[in-house]
Design a protein around this ligand. Structure first.
Ligand code: NAD
Ligand code: UDP
Length: 336
């Protein structure tokens, strides 16, 4: 079975492609390489033994999408392509809405033309905003987002939901990721942020490898056990497997399917610093700084729905997340 993977050269997409190939599914990748390197394709091949078909193109280019659907008998689309830096989205809202929202609309239109009506969309726990309680279930209210990136994810969810209402023969799966971290256990693939990392785990990894002096811990006065923010970190390999489970169980069945992909467990910033220190065998320098604007105190998933309906559950521990990240970081100190 052929599946179009938009943004398949990126962090989550590349790991998902490897797991797809191992499961006998053929990924066809489109990526404009705005946040990825072509070398990722070699790494996918080194791990899986297969170099997927790759189109260097933009999802906003409808003619490219149309020609891919003509050339290949594609059964479904996993849609990762998008911009994802929260801070940058505040500075460049038009670029974010154009890439993430308009890009998704162009994709859906091309899919409709081609008669391909199965899409799995990379959404985010950010659509829940600041939740009234934890753990978060899929029925919690969405939309109280605090930045253009989060709003773009919410808008695409709404657009795809409206599309389903207009034509219930679509299969639309919205996967709300919690905090993806970790790397492929071979150390050949991992997260390769350009410039200064915005996210916790790549920042810690760069401090540990000597690229940055120390981590800024954004606030230790939250109402959490140690005062630092608590998140649901999920290993990128578990996340990749979650996409396969979604594809297998609901991805080809008509319906609007919504799932949290998380572990159901929260870890604080200092928990992650400590786990990483264990993994790399040395301390990770940090200093306590003021809170970062827009951050919430705590956020973790209720994972029962995915477990029940997709037969999927995250199995990899924080120890594996930090050890695999460290292996990737040491082998690739400057990224790809
Ligand atoms: P990433 O930046 O590593 O991957 C996205 C890929 O999409 C990149 O390879 C980029 O070059 C490509 N791309 C971007 N715009 C494109 C366009 N217009 N046309 C073609 N290709 C384009 O990011 P990721 O961490 O792998 O995230 C994948 C998806 O998951 C994104 O939609 C992101 O918003 C979502 N998500 C990520 C996280 C996270 O923390 N990493 C959390 C929740 C949701
Ligand atoms: N964080 C931090 N220092 C950093 C980056 C992040 O203390 O350099 C904290 C952040 O305040 C939050 C947690 O780490 O509590 C996870 O942040 P990240 O940006 O990775 O993900 P988010 O949950 O914000 O999407």
């Amino acid at each position: 079975m052929k599946v179009l993977v938009t943004g398949g050269m990126g962090y989550i997409g590349s790991h998902t492609c490897v797991q797809m190939i191992e499961a006998g599914i053929e990924p066809i990748i489109i990526d404009n390489l705005c946040n990825a390197k072509e070398m990722v394709l070699d790494r996918i091949e080194m791990i899986s033994g297969v170099a997927p078909a790759f189109y260097h193109g933009d999802i906003r280019d409808e003619s490219v999408l149309d020609s891919i659907f003509t050339e290949h008998d594609i059964k479904a689309v996993i849609h990762f392509a998008g911009l994802k830096a929260v801070g940058e989205s505040v500075a460049k809202p038009l670029e974010y809405y154009d890439n993430n929202v308009n890009g998704s609309l162009v994709l859906a239109r091309s899919m409709r033309k081609a008669g391909v009506k199965n899409i799995i969309f990379s959404s985010s726990a950010t659509v829940y905003g600041d939740p009234a309680s934890v753990p978060i279930t899929e029925s919690f209210p969405t939309g109280a987002t605090t930045n253009p990136y989060g709003r773009s994810k919410y808008m695409v969810e709404e657009c795809l939901s409206d599309l389903f209402t207009s034509d219930p023969s679509w299969s639309i799966t919205l996967l709300r990721y919690f905090n993806p971290v970790g790397a492929h256990p071979t150390g050949l693939m991992g997260e390769d942020p350009q410039g200064i990392p915005n996210n916790l785990m790549p920042y810690i990894a760069q401090v540990a490898v000597g690229r940055r002096e120390k981590l800024s811990v954004y606030g230790n006065d939250y109402p959490t056990p140690d005062g630092t923010g608590v998140r649901d970190y999920i290993h990128v390999m578990d996340l990749a497997d979650g996409h396969l489970a979604a594809l297998t169980h609901v991805g080809l069945k008509s319906g609007l399917h919504i799932y949290n992909l998380g572990t159901g467990k929260g870890s604080s910033v200092l928990d992650m610093v400590e786990a990483f220190s264990q993994a790399c065998g040395k301390g990770v320098a940090y200093e306590i700084c003021p809170r970062r604007a827009g951050d919430i105190a705590e956020c973790w998933a209720n994972t029962e729905k995915a477990e029940r309906e997709l037969g999927w559950k995250a199995t990899r521990s924080v120890k594996e997340m930090t050890e695999d990240t460290w292996r990737w970081q040491v082998a690739n100190p400057q990224g790809y």
